[in-house]
Design a protein around this ligand. Structure first.
Ligand code: GLA
Length: 374
């Protein structure tokens, strides 16, 4: 953790009783599949949210953040009452989800420090909800972990009107260093897939805010549900390619599930040609069939390929935010720099690029930031 965050947290929460960490994620493939019971392949990354928590003597949660202005305040009523800064509503979502699990909370002071860029498609919100759920349940003396923790953090989003799937929360909870996670979003089975050590994960933020992300996301989700109903299956996980050939929205979801399996096989074989082709085909499907790309994201992926990445695609919901590429580890920093420079020259946008390292999932740490019990 950079010293700046550590110092800020130490000042903001000198009397913390517990500290937790939850990572953001980048999705290698399998986008817009999770809410149709499908497959995805995210990697938890070394950008995370830390939450230091201390009990308060009343029934109010007060939270400050190093990334967002103002103090959030939530009364632990059922339903919870949010006041204070606008981000109080997100904390209220977590409190509501914990209520539903029957967890008896006490008042708390929370300090959040995040290195996950907000609103970029790297799951800053899921990491935040996982960390706050963990911190508040710890203070309540309850060990909330695994799939139940992921579901609680997802429910918190639903309670505030964000109809997300379960991928981001599962990635944040189950992340494993050195691995991507093949997640079956129907059974919630998680299979860690070793990442080839000669490849690096390049993430570039397009500099384009994720305009329309919430409304368009909900519209795509509804279109998938309508397609499944038309075909006569519970979700598109149950549809085959033949039945969706004439429906681009459904065709993306069904073919993307196949691509997740293809990429898992190609990563195991470390076959760079297939890895690159599958990533590129996924981007084309998201752009042409599912229509969640933008000309800028298309251009950024093209620049990454031209600079030497073996494949590139948008990651997450789309409509702006980040793209992900796999690149030879030895040249990855340079590939990211060159692609970002050319993209900036072509678009006048300000991209930010970095090589992401895989990371372990959410954990409770000691109050001073060392692993609990370690
Ligand atoms: C967002 C949602 C996820 C998932 C992706 C698209 O990140 O939170 O549940 O649907 O979009 O794959």
């Amino acid at each position: 953790m950079p010293d700046r965050r550590r110092e800020w947290l130490a000042r903001a929460a000198a009397d913390a009783a517990v500290m937790v960490r939850a990572p953001g994620r980048v999705n290698l493939i399998g986008d817009h599949t999770d809410y149709q019971d499908g497959l995805c392949l995210p990697v938890a990354i070394d950008r995370d949210v830390l939450v230091a928590a201390a009990p308060r003597g009343d029934a109010t949660i007060r939270a400050v953040s190093d990334a967002i202005d103002g103090e959030a305040a939530v009364d632990i009523a059922d339903p919870p009452r949010a006041s204070g800064a606008s981000w109080s509503i997100g904390i209220a979502g977590v409190v509501g989800a914990l209520h539903e699990l029957g967890i008896a909370m006490t008042g708390a002071r929370l300090a959040l420090a995040s290195s996950v860029p907000v609103g970029s498609g790297l799951s800053s919100s899921a990491a935040c909800n996982v960390a706050v759920s963990m911190a508040l349940s710890c203070l309540a003396g309850t060990d909330l972990h695994g799939d139940e923790l992921a579901r609680c953090a997802q429910r918190a989003e639903h309670l505030v009107g964000v109809p997300c799937g379960i991928m981001d929360q599962m990635a944040s909870v189950h992340g494993r260093r050195g691995h991507a996670l093949r997640i079956d979003c129907r059974s919630l089975q998680v299979e860690p897939i070793p990442l080839p050590t000669d490849l690096a994960i390049v993430v570039v933020h397009s500099g384009l805010p994720r305009a329309l992300a919430t409304s368009e996301y909900a519209a795509r989700r509804a279109a998938c549900e309508a397609a499944a109903a038309r075909i006569g299956v519970p979700t598109l996980r149950d549809a085959d390619l033949d039945s969706v050939r004439d429906d681009p929205i459904a065709r993306h979801v069904v073919s993307e599930n196949h691509r997740v399996e293809q990429l898992v096989g190609a990563l195991r074989a470390n076959d760079h040609a297939v890895i690159g082709a599958v990533l590129d085909t996924s981007h084309a499907s998201l752009a042409d069939d599912f229509r969640v790309s933008t000309p800028e994201l298309d251009q950024l992926c093209a620049q990454l390929r031209a600079a030497g990445a073996i494949g590139a695609r948008l990651t997450g919901a789309g409509f702006g935010g980040c793209v992900v590429a796999l690149a030879p580890a030895a040249g990855a920093e340079e590939i990211a720099r060159v692609a970002a420079r050319r993209y900036r020259a072509a678009t006048a946008l300000r991209p930010t690029a970095f090589v992401a390292n895989s990371a372990d999932g959410a954990e409770v740490m000691g109050p001073r930031g060392s692993p609990a019990g370690g």
